[in-house]
Design a protein around this ligand. Structure first.
Ligand SMILES: [Fe+2]
Ligand SMILES: [Fe+2]
Length: 327
């Protein structure tokens, strides 16, 4: 059991009055609005090779993207966040944490179980209302699952286990375009916006918690351990934020696009430079917290953040102990 910090300020004091699981109704899907998902957040739906096929196919793709988001949410909460929060609440995280942090972890488990449940139920309701299946037998699991497995395999054996907490910290401090943009997008069905707004409000409290957890985790790691996990953080950020290419390709194939067309649509919809900038924007707070704890003081870690475009390259940095050029 390790621990060096005592500091923690709880944001869960009014949880009973604020948490969506305690205060908000379960949202029921009702058809309204003009799009199921903002096309700007799913640019394949705006690609000419898709758009020229007619509004019906675009609508189908955007609905499938909404299903993808709901499924991602259920999977992320169940597989990445709840296990970590449960371990903390029961004192099995390996960290010595302030008592209040353990108590708040129970609330996070409850919040996340609710988010997973309502996302599942909501997708089911949309399926009944629209007649568009939410899952196909050959659907792959959300892409982040396999990506995190790859990162896990690259870590030295002695620190396996730390990565689960690290992944939870990363995912809980990212601010995705979905959570920030959808509630304000009047083109979407009101019920979708309400559902995402409820979730985003809960996540505001989680965000602060996991920032604090990173401080506790980092203080407890040895220098060697920090050097082993630090360079993996950019890959973890990308694991959550990078588009699910497999799922997109599968849906484009269903619409009848050829393999060459699919390749073209994917490449032109998510050009590398633009995608890297979007991922840097969405992860700006997470990156700032890793800078805050000193993770980027390690050369290798800083290099990986720079290569991923998450921080700016520092002028004259070669071999120098330059300041981090956080964007
Ligand atoms: Fe959540
Ligand atoms: Fe959360």
């Amino acid at each position: 059991m390790r621990g060096r910090l005592n500091s923690y300020t709880s944001r869960f004091g009014r949880w009973n009055e604020l948490a969506s699981v305690r205060r908000k109704p379960q949202r029921s899907f009702e058809i309204s609005g003009t799009v199921y998902f903002p096309p700007e957040l799913y640019p394949v739906a705006m690609h000419p090779l898709v758009a020229d096929r007619g509004d019906g196919q675009v609508e189908w793709l955007l609905l499938r993207r909404l299903y993808g988001y709901l499924d991602f949410t259920s999977e992320l909460e169940s597989a990445a966040v709840i296990p970590v929060a449960t371990a903390i609440s029961r004192g099995r995280s390996g960290l010595q944490l302030p008592e209040r942090m353990k108590a708040d972890a129970f609330k996070i488990v409850t919040d996340e179980a609710w988010h997973a449940q309502v996302s599942y139920d909501f997708a089911h309701e949309i399926e009944l209302a629209s007649g568009v299946p939410r899952a196909f037998p050959d659907d792959e699991p959300s892409a982040f699952v396999g990506r995190l497995d790859v990162i896990r395999e690259q870590l030295p054996h002695k620190i396996r286990g730390v990565e689960a907490m690290l992944f939870a910290i990363v995912s809980e401090t990212l601010i995705s375009g979905i959570l920030s943009d959808i509630p304000r997008d009047s083109r979407l069905p009101e019920s979708v916006r309400d559902q995402v707004r409820d979730h985003a409000e809960d996540e505001g409290r989680h965000h602060v918690y996991f920032r604090s957890l990173l401080h506790h985790l980092w203080a407890a790691l040895t220098v060697q351990e920090r050097r082993a996990v630090g360079p993996q953080v950019p890959a973890a950020i990308h694991a959550f934020l990078e588009p699910d290419y497999t799922r997109a390709a599968r849906d484009l194939r269903t619409l009848g696009l050829t393999s060459e067309q699919i390749e073209q649509v994917l490449a032109e919809s998510w050009p590398k430079g633009r995608l890297a900038r979007q991922m840097a924007d969405a992860s700006a707070s997470s990156v700032r917290y890793f800078v805050e704890v000193g993770a980027l003081d390690d050369g290798k870690t800083r290099e990986r953040f720079e290569e991923a475009g998450l921080v700016g390259r520092t002028a004259g940095e070669e071999g120098e102990n330059g300041q981090c050029g956080h964007r």
